[in-house]
Structures are given as structure tokens and as C-alpha cells.
Design a protein around this ligand. Sequence first.
Ligand code: FAD
Ligand code: NAG
Ligand code: NAG
Ligand code: NAG
Ligand code: NAG
Ligand code: NAG
Ligand code: NAG
Ligand code: NAG
Ligand code: NAG
Ligand code: NAG
Ligand code: NAG
Ligand code: NAG
Ligand code: NAG
Length: 537
Amino acid sequence: MHTLNVLALAVAVSAGLEPKDCGSEHPSGTVSASPNTSGVNGGDFVNYMPHNATSESCCKVLEVAGLGDRLLFPGQEAYNERVQSYWSEAAQLNSTCIIQPRDSKEVAKIVTTLAQANSTYPCKFAVRSGGHITWAGGSNIEDGVTVDLGYLNSTVYHAGNSTAAIGPGARWLSVYKTLDAQNIAVGGGRAGTVGVGGLLLGGGNSFYAGRKGMACDNVANFEVVLSSGDIIDVNNQTNSDLFSALKGGNNNFGIVTRFDLMAFEATKLWGGAVVYPNDTTPAQLKALKNFGDKIESDPYGSAIGIWQYTTQLGATIVLNAYDYTKAEVAPPAYDEFLAIPGNISSSMRLTNMSDLTEELEQPAGYRDSFITLTFKNDIRMFEKAIDMHNSYVEKIKSSAATGNWTLQDMFQPLPALFAKHSVEKGGNMLGLDRFNETLVLWQTYLAWHEPSQDALFQSFGNAFIAELREYAVSIGADNPFIYLDYAYKTQDPLASYGKKNYEHIKAMAEKYDPLGVFQTMVPGGFKISKAGQPIRE
Ligand SMILES: Cc1cc2nc3c(=O)[nH]c(=O)nc-3n(C[C@H](O)[C@H](O)[C@H](O)COP(=O)(O)OP(=O)(O)OC[C@H]3O[C@@H](n4cnc5c(N)ncnc54)[C@H](O)[C@@H]3O)c2cc1C
Ligand SMILES: *[C@@H]1O[C@H](CO)[C@@H](O)[C@H](O)[C@H]1NC(C)=O
Ligand SMILES: *[C@@H]1O[C@H](CO)[C@@H](O)[C@H](O)[C@H]1NC(C)=O
Ligand SMILES: *[C@@H]1O[C@H](CO)[C@@H](O)[C@H](O)[C@H]1NC(C)=O
Ligand SMILES: *[C@@H]1O[C@H](CO)[C@@H](O)[C@H](O)[C@H]1NC(C)=O
Ligand SMILES: *[C@@H]1O[C@H](CO)[C@@H](O)[C@H](O)[C@H]1NC(C)=O
Ligand SMILES: *[C@@H]1O[C@H](CO)[C@@H](O)[C@H](O)[C@H]1NC(C)=O
Ligand SMILES: *[C@@H]1O[C@H](CO)[C@@H](O)[C@H](O)[C@H]1NC(C)=O
Ligand SMILES: *[C@@H]1O[C@H](CO)[C@@H](O)[C@H](O)[C@H]1NC(C)=O
Ligand SMILES: *[C@@H]1O[C@H](CO)[C@@H](O)[C@H](O)[C@H]1NC(C)=O
Ligand SMILES: *[C@@H]1O[C@H](CO)[C@@H](O)[C@H](O)[C@H]1NC(C)=O
Ligand SMILES: *[C@@H]1O[C@H](CO)[C@@H](O)[C@H](O)[C@H]1NC(C)=O
Ligand SMILES: CC(=O)N[C@H]1CO[C@H](CO)[C@@H](O)[C@@H]1O
């Protein structure tokens, strides 16, 4: 069916089981290590007053609040399944408990219960939607509660106002399957299992970006649970100051429990993946650079260029994803690519979104790391980046790396047009409107198996980005933007958004979460209170 065994060899990313920044002290013997969850309301809680801050007590408090049947604990099969459903094995932490709310009222109860308990037993928690952030602790936690939004996964199309109400825990494939059947489309993720919540709160590059802006720009309304327990709507009329902040501002304000996405009529797309041998690289780089410059003249087109080395293949292949959001075969936008001879395989066809996003799936089963950079659409950057891809393959090969691993490097054009749509739709936090030229979004993606090699692989990712950035600066092709959805935890996307947006995120976090629950109790994600000085521009 899908030809993408090549992508299926691939993988993904992030790492870092470095010292946890979320650790609370371990229980001092005052709490049961495995709470008995069968008594929903935890009748023995009165006998259970730990003297010390422990994450067990935070789970217990949720039970006392009447949420016992929403809790999962280590040892339970359902608990293990949820831990294993994080895409990157590096992110599969065993939290003290997982709580799975069924609606926004339960989310509100969880947040207020934990916030209140925190004055007695410091409570930390994580917020998880699709679980695709690659690094450990981004949407999970070791000593604390994981708030798992997996049950908030419905997609309902409202014809009356052309919006699709989508739960944060939905995966994009389920969104597209529901909407394709009604001939309706939305801009969103390009791989089926990616979650709705994280992608939209970080921006969201999609096949439709040239026509509609980033996926987040198409949110008409967010339903948000604040730390006060209030459940608010956020749109361009109501709580409108928070509206743009949520588009790129990650989990700094509250928990989003529903996204109403602007929808439009679906058509078939011409899309697929074309695999070429490594020796077509020079022609590929030119074609990609020129494609980026031309999206303005044909916004229906998108292209992703991927250089992928896997130990299984023992060679680098070039995999291009071409996706044209109109039912037209081989439109002129792709002429230069289509003139490159010698492809190994091609799955180009007219089809629907569900089918395309199933194809672009990347397999789980590795420890993964994404790390990112943005630079100008300058051919020298493309050439340098691929020289570096080749040299890092050799460096990793001659290192202590063992087992199967992947180094995948990816280019995506970011034309100024994307930001024009963002501005028209109320603005987002990414700050791409500061730039009036075509940029390139770069991702280095490493995948490996051995937990003991997390630091080794991450060091290659870090060094790669540092060296590429240094080169960009040296030729004046650098750009400060760091894409949050691809950022490693040591990167600083919020500061990269520019001073104005940084200040806005800060002000909105203080206004909507005055006690700082999401700053002090939710260590995962990118925190405005921990961001560095914003770049001036
Ligand atoms: C295989 C693969 C394909 C990808 N494809 C694309 C793509 O096509 N385009 C693109 O732009 N990106 C893409 N990404 C990157 C993706 O956008 C990020 O990994 C994103 O974080 C995934 O969202 P999630 O809900 O699965 O993540 P999670 O790991 O669940 O969450 C990520 C972050 O968002 C926070 N968060 C999640 N939900 C909420 C919520 N409801 N309220 C408050 N905070 C929340 C979490 O606390 C965490 O900090 C891809 C990633 C992978 C691994
Ligand atoms: C857990 O609590 C239930 C109900 O109170 C009780 O029947 C059961 O025996 C307890 N199980 C354990 C392992 O303590
Ligand atoms: C989580 O628990 C499972 C099952 O006990 C175990 O195999 C795994 O190593 C644990 N993971 C971490 C990161 O501790
Ligand atoms: C939503 O999640 C539940 C629980 O995991 C699952 O049974 C259901 O199939 C999911 N629905 C969709 C549309 O994915
Ligand atoms: C769209 O309509 C539905 C159904 O009437 C409603 O629930 C929803 O709030 C509306 N969404 C927006 C963004 O107006
Ligand atoms: C989408 O395309 C796939 C592949 O052709 C097909 O199996 C599926 O039925 C289509 N879905 C819809 C809703 O048309
Ligand atoms: C406000 O949002 C509505 C619904 O998404 C949209 O129709 C309208 O154009 C927006 N107004 C402005 C000024 O952006
Ligand atoms: C890919 O091609 C480059 C030259 O463009 C070469 O240096 C490199 O060794 C090749 N890599 C692999 C893994 O085939
Ligand atoms: C791939 O190669 C085949 C065989 O040469 C050719 O017919 C086809 O057009 C090529 N496809 C693309 C997308 O370049
Ligand atoms: C690497 O992958 C190949 C192909 O899937 C497999 O045969 C081999 O056993 C793997 N090697 C290791 C060390 O896991
Ligand atoms: C882009 O912006 C720079 C700096 O603001 C300015 O010097 C340049 O003329 C602009 N270029 C275009 C094509 O608008
Ligand atoms: C939660 O407790 C910790 C530890 O006492 C404290 O530093 C933090 O400010 C508290 N946060 C809130 C929102 O109460
Ligand atoms: C009552 C109790 O167990 N108190 C302990 C709490 O933790 C601190 C520091 O770990 C110990 O010093 C106390 O004895």
C-alpha cells in the first residue's frame, strides 16, 4: 500500500534523560508506594497525611476529590499502554500516576485540586496530548502527575459556522478521517499519530500553510481551563488578548480543552513521497531553494526535503514529500523537481489527507531527538548543511554508537507568505512577520536504541546545530527563529519570538495564571519564566 518503507526505517528523536528538573523528594516512608485505587474516594485518606512533599500524596488528593476512577498507576496494564504511547522512548517516563479526564470540567477539577494541594504537598504535573514531543519531561514527568488528555479526542464538524471542534488529545489521522468523510479539510499535522494539542500550541506547519498560514492561525476559538478552574473561551472577541498568545505560546497559560478550527471544502491533493539516491543531491538542493522562492506565486504547493541515513540501509537517501493542495497532477510548481532523473520510488498520486498523513508516519520504537534552526534561503546554507549531514554520519559511525540508528536532516521552506496569513488572522507569537524574505526551517533528527547512549546522540545533535548556526552567522544567512515544535529542551523558542511577543506571553501568563501554577508546577514545555532575554528584533 504505502511505499514508505524508507520512512519506516526512519525515526526520530530526542533524548536527554538528564537529571530531572522535576524531582520532588522521595517519600520518607509515610506514604504507600502503590496506592489502592479500587476505593474510588480513598476512604482511608484521613489516615494518610504524609509529612513530606510527595507526588504520591498528589495522586491521592485527586482520588479524594472524586477522580479515583480516572487514575492509572504503575503496574496497571492501561498505565503501561499510555506510557508506551509516547512516540519517543526517551519520553516514556513512569509518572507517579496518570489521570485521564473525560471533559473540561474534570480538567478544571484536576488543576484546582493540585493547585490547592500544592500548599501542603508540593505537586508537579505534566500536560499531555499526543505525546509526540521527543524529549523526556516535555509532556510527562517522573515525580508527579501526568494529566493525559487522550480521552478528549473527538472531532465534530459544525456546518453552521464552518468550524471543526477538535479535542487536544485527538491524533491528526482521526481528525482527517472524520473530516475527509464529510469532504471537509483543516490545516494540521502531516503525520497521522501526531497530537492536536502540542502541534497547535507551537504553531503547526501544514500542507496548507501557503494558503492558510500556520495551523494555529486557523483556530477560531480555544476553550481553556485556567488555574483558577475557570473554563473560558478565547477568540478575537472574548479574552482576545490571550488569543494570539496561545498561538505559539505552548502551555504557559492553561490547558486547552478544545480547538475550534476554521474548516473549508476538501479536494483531493496531489501528493506523496519520492525517493532518490544520494548522488542527486546537488540538483535537489537547487530545486528546493527555488521552490521556496516560488511559493508566493503558487501557494498550493509544499515540499519537504529529507536526507536520511539509516544503519539498516548503510547509505543516505533523499526523500522528498511533495504535496499540492489541489486536485492537479504535476503542476508547474514542481517542474524542477520532476526534471531530476533517477528516482528509486515514487508514490505521487491524487488522494485525500488521511491517506497522505498515514504515509508520512514515522515509526515509533526508538529514542528520538529533534533539534532545529532557521536560516535564509541561501544555497550556501543548503550545501553546508548536507556536507555536515555527510560528515556527521561518519562521525557517528566512528563513535561509540551501537545498534541501529538514524540521522535525518530536513529542509522546509518558510516563505514570508505564511506570516502574512498569520497577521490577517489575528497574529501569532512566532514572530515570522518580522522577516520579509523566504526562510528555511531545518530539523536534525536522531534516533537510536540504547538509553545509555542518550547523551552521546544528543551531543551530535547539539554540535550539528551549533556548527550550522556558526556557519550561517559567518555568511550573514542566520535567522533567530527557533520552531518550538521541533526544539530540544536546551533551545529557547520563546526568546526567539522577539521582544514584543516575549513580553506579550509574559503578560498573558501573569494575567491568566496569577499564581504561576503553569510556571512553578508544570516543569515540562517551554516556560516564559525560564526563557532567556528575547532577541531584540
Ligand atoms: C512523527 C512526527 C511528525 C511531526 N509532524 C509535524 C508536522 O507536520 N508539522 C509540525 O508543525 N510539527 C510536526 N511535528 C512536531 C509536533 O508538532 C510536536 O512534536 C508536538 O509537540 C506534538 O504535539 P502532541 O500533542 O503530540 O505533543 P505532546 O507531547 O502531548 O505535547 C507537547 C507540548 O505541548 C503541551 N501541550 C499539549 N497539549 C496541551 C494542551 N491541551 N494544553 C496545554 N498544553 C499542551 C505539552 O505540555 C507539551 O509541552 C511532528 C512530530 C513528530 C514526532
Ligand atoms: C483495595 O481496596 C478495596 C476496597 O476498599 C479492598 O477491597 C481491597 O482489598 C484493597 N486491595 C488492596 C490490595 O489493599
Ligand atoms: C517504567 O516502568 C517500566 C515497567 O516497570 C520499566 O520497564 C521502565 O524501564 C520504566 N521506565 C523508566 C524511564 O524508568
Ligand atoms: C478516543 O480515545 C478512546 C480511548 O482511548 C478510544 O477508545 C477512541 O477510539 C478514541 N477516538 C478517536 C476518534 O480516536
Ligand atoms: C460553531 O457552532 C457550534 C454549534 O453551534 C458552536 O458550538 C461553536 O461554539 C461555534 N464555534 C465558533 C468558533 O463560533
Ligand atoms: C482516503 O483515501 C484512501 C486511499 O485511497 C481510501 O482508502 C479512503 O477511503 C479515503 N477516505 C475517504 C473518506 O474518502
Ligand atoms: C474574528 O473571528 C471570526 C470567526 O473566526 C472571523 O469571522 C472574523 O473575521 C474575525 N475578525 C477579525 C477582525 O479578525
Ligand atoms: C552522499 O554523497 C556525498 C557526495 O555528495 C558523499 O560525500 C557521501 O559520502 C555520500 N553518502 C552516503 C552515505 O552515501
Ligand atoms: C520517477 O521515475 C519514474 C521512472 O523514471 C518516472 O516515470 C517518474 O515520473 C518519476 N517520478 C517523479 C515524481 O519524478
Ligand atoms: C538492525 O536492524 C536490522 C534490520 O531491521 C536487524 O536485522 C538487526 O538485527 C538490527 N541490529 C541491531 C543491533 O539491533
Ligand atoms: C526587508 O527588510 C529589510 C530590513 O527591514 C529591508 O532592508 C529590505 O529592503 C526589505 N526587503 C524587501 C524585499 O522588502
Ligand atoms: C507550589 O509549591 C512550590 C514548592 O513549595 C512553590 O515553589 C510554588 O510556588 C508553588 N506554586 C503554586 C502555584 O502554589
Ligand atoms: C516527618 C518526616 O518524615 N520528616 C522528614 C521529611 O524530610 C526531611 C528531609 O528529607 C527529613 O529531614 C524529615 O525527617
